[in-house]
Design a protein around this ligand. Structure first.
Ligand SMILES: [Zn+2]
Length: 189
């Protein structure tokens, strides 16, 4: 079963197998199966063996390397923080699919970071840059730049948003709890 040129597809739809085709823009390889990354129309290039999905007009742009996104920390576990991607920075059209990215501890800050919880906690709003798109729920992100990192930190004790009180420090106006973060220069409040 494989898609034909002109087929209308949704993110995650199967388009073909990687033995036959190479995913191009708007498509990705999921363990040997080529799937659509965006809502759009299939374009098959039989000569070059490429599958491309042309985004439907009015749907959000494709997430690419170096795109800056706004997202929220879902979970911090070990070496990796999971991020729900809300939208592309400066392009607040809603994303149609549910994109999830990850930040490895080595990509969180410029210097050495002993533990990822010194950079992020659940609920933090962040801005991050895409370094690699593997799939819809597998997007590598980095925040190791001064204009990247936490935009709004959420207190782990009482869930209030916190004020910046140092280069890497935020303080909760509600309970006076102090915590560490990798803070963006665009920190809000
Ligand atoms: Zn608090």
């Amino acid at each position: 079963m494989k898609a034909k040129s002109g087929d209308f597809v949704l993110p995650g739809d199967l388009l073909g197998v990687s033995e036959e085709f190479v995913p191009s823009e708007g498509a990705y390889d999921d363990n040997g199966y080529i799937k659509a990354m965006v809502v759009g129309t299939v374009s098959l290039d039989d000569k070059n063996k490429r599958i491309h999905v042309l985004p439907q007009t009015g749907t959000p742009p494709v997430l690419n390397k170096n795109t800056t996104i706004i997202g929220q920390i879902l979970e911090v576990r070990g070496q990796r923080a999971l991020v729900k991607i809300h939208f592309i920075k400066d392009n607040p059209r809603k994303l149609v699919a549910s994109f999830v990215g990850g930040i490895h501890v080595s990509q969180a800050d410029k210097g050495y970071l002993a533990k990822l919880t010194d950079a992020f906690h659940i609920g933090d709003l962040i801005e991050a840059r895409i370094t690699k798109v593997v799939g819809l729920d597998n997007i590598d992100l980095k925040t190791s730049h001064k204009d990247l990192g936490v935009l709004k930190a959420m207190c782990t004790r009482c869930r209030h948003f916190m004020k910046q009180t140092g280069k890497n420090e935020v303080t909760c106006p509600n309970c006076d709890n102090k915590e560490k973060r990798k803070i963006s220069v665009n920190y809000q409040v």
